[in-house]
Design a protein around this ligand. Structure first.
Ligand SMILES: [Fe+2]
Ligand SMILES: [Fe+2]
Length: 355
């Protein structure tokens, strides 16, 4: 029966004072009862009975229908989801990561002690403005990319979609906070070099989900996390320390998301390892090609050293940060089941590179 005929028939039924109630004969699990824990009712708490069964393959259902509902996939629209297996689009602990993201949201308006900001020497403010401009560009891509992928994930894996939505919100707040910092102390926004834009466009244009996760979450956000965790070295005041600390909290979740997904994919489908390795080859290569520009490197040398006069001192500290970025990156690769000790290009690179 066509949709409109079904509606018309029901309208007539209603006019005759009759009801249908056929929808109560539902072919989904009845009698399940999710129990709240100490923290309330979490996403994991509601994974009870058949509702908590994660399908290995959900490609027979490409509609908006939620996991566990009563529906006939043949009758529902095809939304063209492309990530339709648990190996590609789901991982253990995704629900917990989502709960953490929701619990740890902060406000760039209220939670940064903006009123304590005092003028910096001109070279330092220039450096901070340039760094904040760069980070704002980076945060734009970090939100746009999960936004593009969100509607490729099958709804059977809603935990993944919900987490991606929190990442988009986190990145919105990050670009907001770096823009605010650039404008809050007399500097303003600064230059956007083509090398940075080119590097970010590459991430934006990747059309393999695991390759995107490897390039953006594992590689890019991993490096950003190392940098933010060492933010005490870059920060000149409480405002900047707070910004780096709060952003690092969020970035560690984004990195965890990428690592959980990739580790599970590798476990389920080891044939995909080479695809991930290749994405990391390109990531490292492009970092060497595009990461050494004065706009990316010199602001850090000024902030780390304590002024234009002390950039050599800044260079030493930057060497330490860079080394740590590579060490932590290699450990993360190892933790998800990828060995890059021999293959990594960054250890060999003599030049100073950033992201
Ligand atoms: Fe971010
Ligand atoms: Fe991020």
């Amino acid at each position: 029966m066509a949709y409109s005929e079904r509606s018309q028939a029901y309208r007539e039924k209603l006019q005759n004072g009759e009801y249908d109630l056929g929808w109560m004969e539902v072919n989904s699990e009845w009698g399940v009862k999710a129990t709240p824990g100490k923290r309330g009712l979490t996403l994991d708490d509601i994974n009870v009975g058949s509702y908590g069964v994660i399908p290995k393959n959900a490609s027979d259902s490409l509609s908006f229908a939620p996991r566990g509902a009563d529906f006939d996939p043949a009758e529902l629209p095809d939304m063209g989801y492309e990530l339709n297996t648990d190996a590609e689009a789901w991982a253990q602990n995704m629900g917990g990561l989502y709960e953490e993201a929701v619990a740890r949201q902060w406000s760039s308006t209220r939670d940064i002690p903006w009123h304590t900001l005092e003028p910096l020497p001109k070279d330092m403010e220039h450096a901070m403005s340039q760094l904040c401009t760069f980070l704002t560009e980076v945060e734009f891509v970090a939100g746009d990319v999960p936004g593009w992928w969100l509607n490729k994930v099958n709804n059977a894996y809603h935990e993944t979609k919900l987490f991606m939505a929190t990442q988009i919100m986190d990145e919105a707040r990050h670009l907001e906070v770096f823009r605010k910092r650039a404008l809050a102390n007399g500097g303003g926004l600064s230059k956007c070099p083509p090398e940075v834009e080119e590097g970010l466009k590459y991430i934006h244009d990747l059309r393999s989900f695991p390759q995107m996760l490897a390039r953006m979450n594992l590689f890019g956000e991993g490096r950003v996390l190392t940098l933010f965790r060492l933010g005490e070295l870059i920060a000149q005041n409480e405002v900047e320390k707070t910004i780096f600390r709060l952003c690092a909290q969020d970035e560690s979740r984004h990195l965890a998301f990428g690592c959980l997904q990739l580790r599970y994919l590798i476990q389920e489908d080891p044939d995909r390892i080479e695809e991930i390795q290749e994405a990391l080859d390109v990531a490292e290569q492009r970092t060497i090609e595009l990461g050494a520009t004065p706009e990316q490197v010199e602001p850090l040398l000024i902030l780390l050293g304590g002024g234009v006069e002390h950039m050599d001192k800044g260079k030493e500290k930057f060497g330490f940060i860079r080394k740590k970025m590579v060490q932590e990156y290699l450990q993360r690769c190892h933790s998800i089941g990828i060995d890059r000790q021999e293959r990594c290009l960054l250890k060999e690179a003599q030049d100073i590179t950033l992201l």
